[in-house]
Design a protein around this ligand. Sequence first.
Ligand SMILES: [Ca+2]
Ligand SMILES: [Ca+2]
Length: 447
Amino acid sequence: MGGWGRIKERGRLPAVLREVCLDLVEPAKCKHVLQTIKGSILNHRLVRPQAVLTVVCAGPEKGGKDACQGDSGGPLVCPAGSGDGRWVALGVTSWGKGCGRSWGNNSSRPPSRRGSPGIFTDVRMLLPWIKRKLKEAEQQQEKILSRLCNVRDGPVSDTEGVIRNPTLPGDRYGNNQLCLWSLSVPPGYSILLEFEHFDLENDSYCQYDRLTVLVGTQRPVGIYCGSVLPGPVLLNNSQIATLLFSSDISRPGSGFVIRHRAVREQSYPVCGTVVLVENQAAIHTPNYPGFYSNNCVLRWVVHAPRGHVVKLDFIDFDLEESDRCLYDSLTVLADVGETVLCGASVPPPVLSYHSVMVLRFTSDSTITHRGFKATLTFISITDLKSQDRTPIVAQAEVSTSIRRHTTPYDVQQSSSRALADVQEVTDDGEEGSDDEDNSSESSGTAQ
Ligand SMILES: [Ca+2]
Ligand SMILES: [Ca+2]
């Protein structure tokens, strides 16, 4: 068994989680010892003679090893015996008479000096109840979820279709909504999202109403609000996508209509798309080495594996030169600041600070050039620490056609903050320990 309980009776609480190995006590013996301490325990914990024992006892007759106060609720586990290293929970630490006392000769001692093995609730007896409770919780959850969204949401496996909120054109979506669609397409296909209508309450940070597009279930590639129709989103090499819509208490918009399609892997990105890159690859402007088109917007969202950063190396670079790169530009968004590039000299490499890099290529309505070609590689942070990364960034700052902003991400026209809030999703959940014990003379990892 394991727990955070006292190390010995009335002893101190340990600073670390402790475990102790206890042998199970035969049920008949367990029942007998419970009878010997029956008179010494308070009424509310009276052990009534029962046909079926709902507890298991564990711990040596001579004492010395036991659960103690603070361990209650913790697990008593045994090897599953299946040979695959799995353990099963057999008991839940419940109570005991003192901690680590001997209990073999209880009858010869006054009630207050008697002891007991560790007494654990028998999980096998509780299973039907546990399962019933889990099922109830699940049903409750489903009920809550179905109330959260008043249009049809949920899994979408059709290779083509429309996702909309509200259901009827001309209506407005509801307030206080949380809708979630999970799209899946067969292997070998990518997901293409095309926005046919878009109108969500406008805010620079989309903090009131928003639509979030995620790759898989965790990686955001775009957060949208406002009424500018977003360009298509092509989730390259991704068979799963999640659309999450939420609205606050007021000012609903007329909502959105999004056409989703499973498309064959597309090697040449087209203007207006968002391309997700999750492998080390070469990227280039549309039509490269031919000239890019006017009025083109194209974004790449690059996710390196955990513990890696993204390095962008330019092979060729030729974008219309202009003061502050106002006409045509490539903006590289790392986690801090952004680098805006244009002109005809090949820029130095750019490193991301974390595992995400976002690139945005834009061209204006006149004069086009050859564009750029670059490679993306993933470097492990461990390797990076052995190198000095400063020169790369420093070089970037002195290049004439580069300017760096101090604001982390600018906001695209109106408030479509597509790609602005890309962030690494961490799973560092915090576990709280609950060492509350309803038994003052109980349990702990006494050793
Ligand atoms: Ca709203
Ligand atoms: Ca131009």
